[in-house]
Design a protein around this ligand. Structure first.
Ligand SMILES: Nc1ncnc2c1ncn2[C@@H]1O[C@H](COP(=O)(O)OP(=O)(O)OP(=O)(O)O)[C@@H](O)[C@H]1O
Ligand code: SF4
Ligand SMILES: [Mg+2]
Length: 343
């Protein structure tokens, strides 16, 4: 059966068989109000993250990855962005429907997030130790000494060298990579069930990126956390993901276990991203990129959002939007998927 056969279920995200779902996003729609007009930047996204798995969310800049993540954290910019429909279930409870105080507690106990920029994420006037102690003590009824012990343990786990000595350092005394290790320590100190990492290594140089990713993955496996890792870098995806969701123009266009996504990519956009991987481009002797640009969310084209850039577009693609169709562990949004050719 092909992924787009009639009769397959739509609107639900595939999840990893045998693992319990931790985060289940269903039909999430996020609208932005800017200059007096409103438009959707996340359009019916469905995504599941199970315990002990890493789901990568990939896609070009502006496709709605961060908005999706921020909505889970309740951190959408106020007065600008709003979740207008859908569900965000954490272990079966819809975060979008909970009273604020309960929501804060539930999130604090269960979810942590690491942001892209370790420089602005740490307040320059506090030492690393005081920030960690404060966060730990605000959630646990423990002494300062006990909080300090947990803080050092988390910094050791994040592989920050001379962890105990760093407690008295200020952020500006640490390199970008070290600051990101502090952010990882902060994120894991409270033992979250779900970790969301939004481009956690983009601001770092390549060698440090690999070490930080390796560390994140090791902590995730040890603690059996669910992890939603956001990146625009398919090489990162290949090295850490269990499952991958590809986003384009505010929609999920393909989702698959990582091996299947790379061995048998079905959506023309995913295929273009894979052809553009530097290793593949170099081995073919030419650099490949997907022609055209992501459509602005204010004026989406009619029909399939990818049609203006798609080499397989049919007449119907310019008129109707393809539904996301599910086939076992995979899903796909395309009227005319073709087998992958390296090009
Ligand atoms: N504060 C804002 N005001 C107006 N539009 C915004 C704002 N923040 C985001 N947007 C728009 O929302 C859309 C989705 O943005 P989002 O930050 O989720 O993209 P992204 O996939 O995370 O991109 P990137 O890879 O660059 O981080 C984009 O079109 C962006 O321009
Ligand atoms: S639906 Fe049509 S235009 Fe859209 S990706 Fe598939 S073939 Fe291309
Ligand atoms: Mg982003």
């Amino acid at each position: 059966m092909s992924a787009i056969d009639a009769g397959s279920r739509t609107g639900e995200a595939p999840s990893s068989l045998g693992r319990s779902p931790l985060l289940e996003i269903e039909d999430l729609r996020i609208s932005i109000t800017s200059d007096g007009s409103s438009f959707d930047v996340v359009k019916g996204v469905a995504l599941t993250v199970c315990e002990n798995e890493i789901v990568c969310l990939v896609g070009e800049s502006g496709c709605g990855k961060s908005m999706t993540a921020l909505s889970v954290m309740g951190l959408l910019p106020r007065g600008i962005a709003k979740a207008t429909s859908g569900r965000i279930d954490l272990e079966g409870r819809n975060l979008l429907g909970l009273p604020k105080r309960e929501l804060r507690r539930l999130r604090a106990d269960s979810i942590s997030m690491i942001f892209q920029d370790p420089i602005t994420s740490l307040d320059p006037v506090f030492t690393i130790g005081s920030v960690l102690e404060e966060v730990i003590r605000s959630h646990r009824n423990i002494s300062r000494t006990e909080a300090r012990e947990i803080a050092v343990g988390a910094l050791v786990e994040a592989e920050l060298s001379d962890a105990a000595d760093r407690l008295d350092s200020y952020p500006h005394q640490l390199s970008g990579g070290m600051r990101q290790r502090v952010m990882i320590a902060l994120a894991i100190a409270l033992d979250p069930k779900l970790l969301i990492a939004d481009e956690p290594t983009t601001a770092l140089d390549v060698t440090v990126q690999a070490q930080i990713l390796e560390n994140l993955r090791a902590r995730q496996r040890e603690r059996e956390m669910g992890m939603l890792l956001i990146t625009h870098d398919l090489a990162v995806v290949a090295s850490v993901a269990d499952r991958v969701a590809v986003m384009y123009g505010g929609e999920i266009v393909e989702e698959a276990p990582v091996d299947e996504l790379f061995s048998d990519p079905r959506h023309p956009y995913t295929q273009g991203l894979i052809r553009a991987l530097p290793d593949i481009s170099v081995s073919r002797g030419s650099l490949h990129s997907i022609p055209g640009r992501v459509p602005p969310p204010q004026v989406p084209p009619p029909g399939c959002l990818f049609a203006p850039r798609c080499e397989h577009a049919l007449d119907v693609c310019w008129e109707a939007s393809p539904e996301l169709s599910r086939d076992g562990a995979r899903s796909l949004r395309c009227f005319n998927a073709q087998p992958f050719e390296m090009g």
